[in-house]
Write a protein that binds this ligand. Structure first.
Ligand SMILES: Nc1ncnc2c1ncn2[C@@H]1O[C@H](COP(=O)(O)OP(=O)(O)OP(=O)(O)O)[C@@H](O)[C@H]1O
Ligand SMILES: [Mg+2]
Length: 474
């Protein structure tokens, strides 16, 4: 099997022409490929060849892949196909050309910036809709982390690798010996090796939220054992230690969502997302001069001491943790070597940030500019995608009036048969009007948001969100 060197390039896998390797994870290589007849780019995930020797795995792969392929949601990477061809086990998915949230967070960190809170709220809303939908289909993700969240050029977020951990999960080990799940994002119950519930996914989602806000995961340690212990016993550090512009309300939401006991967390992702969005609305926007330095200094100075008065006897937890750590240490070692040799090709088109910034600045300098003389990109955005990109950028910089204008254009260009795909935009419009304290328009936008879902069952969480907002506006 040669795929470890990326040499599937140029070959045919089923109906798909393999074009280039775009990523390498712990148990698979990912290629960009093409379905020539459909003229469509796809991502092809070829699982590690060592997995193919296990007939139990192959049976489970087929079963789980079939389930994953039934998931249909605008914020979940669509699985198109899966197959076993000779010694290649592969899945064919929607190709998303904007890189991962992990890459985005790394870029922000290296330039000493924080992700703007409205952008975080937007990402969270999309991730929550996807997660609640999957949960409603009785499907857990089990390995939520920024590397499994893909972004496109217009601010859309897509969860990927749903259920992959389950496919591989009979023994809780991948063939490289690594523990399934990623310790920094694992819930306390997952660290204890207990069976998972939807609340475990919500915990992982909250760790991602924490990282989007602060640039750091709540728990970090030099060894897997120390990290497991922290997930199980330590209270999460308050956000205020990292960002001075965070209000207590936002911090409180995160504290609740990272509760050690599953029953103390939010009952659904959308409830978490709503609570977060509400807390952000009352948050101000001052950013510390050198946030990451400040974060580090604060962390070592004031991090709370571990609280060992946990949920069950410490001896029990330690025994479980030590067992887990043995396999993890081996796995991490192998994984590290594998990852060092990985060629992580950056994918995707950059968001045209310069253009949008220029427009926003120009308009800000001259706020009295009449709408007919608005800067060209707002006038000229034609597709909903283009207008949405501009909207996202303007929201980030809190230029709500302009954002509302870009969004009006976006929603006015959506044909009726595509309304479900863009229903979220209508809710975004409600959010921006609410932000501008225009309750009447906000309410009617939320109502239209509900209508635009065309009653599609997988868009239930969007309807719940809009209904909740209408209620709040009363
Ligand atoms: N549908 C997709 N479209 C575009 N790029 C993708 C897609 N799926 C995966 N990738 C790219 O391939 C890379 C590797 O993905 P993969 O899921 O194998 O590993 P990972 O999530 O980084 O780690 P792990 O092995 O722990 O799951 C991703 O980081 C991403 O850059
Ligand atoms: Mg992945």
């Amino acid at each position: 099997m040669t795929s470890q060197s990326g040499s599937l390039n140029g070959k045919l896998l089923g109906k798909y022409q393999v074009l280039e390797r775009i990523g390498l994870g712990g148990m698979a290589e990912v290629y960009r490929g093409r379905h020539e007849r459909l003229d469509r780019d796809v991502a092809i995930k070829v699982l590690h060849p060592a997995l193919n020797n296990d007939p139990e795995f192959l049976a489970r792969f087929e079963r789980e892949a079939r389930l994953v392929a039934t998931l249909r949601h605008p914020n979940i990477v669509q699985m198109y196909d899966f197959d076993i061809q000779g010694d290649q086990v592969f899945m064919v998915m929607e190709y998303i050309a904007g890189g991962t949230l992990k890459q985005r967070l790394e870029e922000l960190k290296s330039s000493g910036q924080f992700m703007p809170l409205p952008e975080i709220a937007g990402f969270l809303k999309q991730m929550s809709a996807a997660l609640d939908y999957a949960h409603s289909q009785k499907m857990l993700h089990r390995d939520l982390k920024p590397a499994n969240i893909l972004l496109d050029a217009t601010g859309n977020v897509f969860l990927t690798d749903f259920g992959i951990a389950h496919m591989l999960g009979g023994t809780k080990l991948t063939t490289t010996g690594s523990l399934l799940g990623t310790p920094a994002y694992m819930s306390p119950e997952q660290c204890r090796g207990e069976s998972l519930t939807l609340s475990s996914d919500l915990y992982s989602l909250t760790v991602i939220l924490f990282e989007m806000i602060t640039g750091e995961v709540p728990f970090d340690a030099d060894t897997p054992l120390a990290l497991l212990q922290k997930q199980i016993f330590d209270p999460p550090p308050p956000l205020e230690f990292y960002r001075k512009d965070i209000l207590a309300g936002v911090s409180k939401v995160l504290q609740q969502a990272l509760s050690k006991k599953a029953e103390d967390r939010y009952p659904s992702a959308i409830k978490l997302s709503l609570a977060f969005a509400e807390a952000v609305q009352s948050s101000s926007g001052a950013t510390p001069a050198n946030p990451h330095k400040l974060a580090q200094a604060n962390r070592s100075a004031i991090l709370p001491k571990p609280n060992n008065s946990g949920l069950f006897p410490i001896k029990w937890a330690l025994a479980a943790a030590i067992l887990l750590v043995i396999v993890m240490v081996i796995g991490w070692g192998i994984l590290r070597v594998a990852r060092k040799s990985a060629v992580a090709t950056k994918t995707g088109m950059p968001i045209p940030a310069v253009t949008v910034e220029a427009i926003a600045t120009e308009t800000e300098i001259n706020p009295s500019m009449s709408s007919t003389r608005r800067p060209p990109a707002i006038q000229l955005c034609i597709t909903p995608q283009e207008c949405q990109t501009i909207f996202n950028k303007l929201m980030e910089s809190k230029r709500y009036v302009l954002a509302a204008e870009a969004l009006s254009r976006a929603v006015s260009n959506v044909p009726v048969d595509q309304q479900p795909r863009w229903a979220q935009l209508k809710c975004d419009q409600g959010d921006v009007y609410a932000q501008l304290e225009n309750k009447v328009d906000a309410k009617s936008a939320y109502k239209e948001c509900i209508t635009w879902t065309h009653n599609e069952p997988q868009l239930q969480s969007i309807r719940d969100y809009a209904q909740q907002k209408i209620k709040d506006l009363k």
